[in-house]
Design a protein around this ligand. Structure first.
Ligand code: HEM
Length: 220
């Protein structure tokens, strides 16, 4: 029998969807800044060849980048902090944190299941163990971006923080690496959302999910 149930609270949906354009603005403006001193590469692959900047009109826009980055960072931080506070107060953190001792093994089984290499899937509540690990990691990454960002934003005033992180160069690299990880998370996240289907996506927009009571595992 099909039933409808509330899956995502309104506040969580707002925080989630507000975060998306904010993160996009942070990455975009961050790249405008990175253009001025593009030092990183992964072996022979450089972040990024100059044609990338010229094609997307991202070159010679350091001042724009800084202005946008230092404006949107406040919104990104406030939205993120309110989200964490809300999950705490509402008790939603219970669904998000991997609390079972078998979380790693369960996440591995979810992965094998998604790759069609395993039939059975572990019992789950709102999120499976792989989602719990990914969502907890992304929240910690958000905190990491804020901390490393502060360390390279005010390395003189906050020099204790910059030093704690291993110095300016290390803090800058960590800040950049976190951005790469966001992009990877985003690609996997959207792929998973596409694979889970319309019902799952709609629940993050409207809050409601339709569910087949005979199903053991919610479609997510
Ligand atoms: C096109 C962009 C995006 C789409 C379509 C999307 C879609 C979704 C959907 C459908 C869910 C619910 C999953 C489920 O119920 O199983 C979800 C949850 C979540 N997403 Fe996204 N998402 C997007 C971007 C992002 C970004 C950029 C981040 C963070 C960097 C993010 C972080 C999260 C987190 C942390 C949750 C769990 C929220 C909670 O329950 O507190 N998403 N997303």
């Amino acid at each position: 029998m099909q039933t409808i149930r509330l899956k995502h609270l309104a506040a969580i949906r707002w925080f989630h969807w507000i975060n998306f354009p904010l993160l996009a603005a942070m990455i975009w403006s961050g790249l405008l800044i990175y253009w001025a001193f593009p030092t990183y590469s992964l072996g022979p692959i450089h972040f990024f060849p100059s044609w990338v900047y010229s094609t997307f009109h991202m070159d010679h826009r350091l001042a724009d980048g800084m202005a946008l980055h230092f404006f949107f960072m406040w919104l990104f931080a406030i939205n993120g902090l309110l989200y964490v506070l809300y999950t705490w107060v509402s008790g939603e953190w219970r669904y998000l944190l991997p609390r079972k001792r078998t979380a790693l093994r369960d996440a591995w089984h979810v992965l094998l299941h998604d790759l069609h290499l395993r039939k059975a899937v572990p019992e789950q509540e709102k999120y499976n163990a792989a989602q719990q690990i990914a969502y907890t990691a992304i929240i910690l990454m958000g905190a990491g971006s804020l901390i490393t960002g502060l360390a390279i934003y005010k390395p003189a005033q906050l020099n204790w923080l910059t030093e704690l992180l291993g110095g300016y160069q290390v803090a800058r690299m960590l800040h950049f690496d976190l951005t790469v990880l966001y992009v990877l998370f985003f690609l996997v996240h959207v792929q998973q959302v596409l694979a889970a289907g319309w019902n799952n996506f709609r629940s993050m927009v409207s809050g409601w999910e339709s569910r087949d009571e005979r199903e053991k595992r919610p479609a997510s």
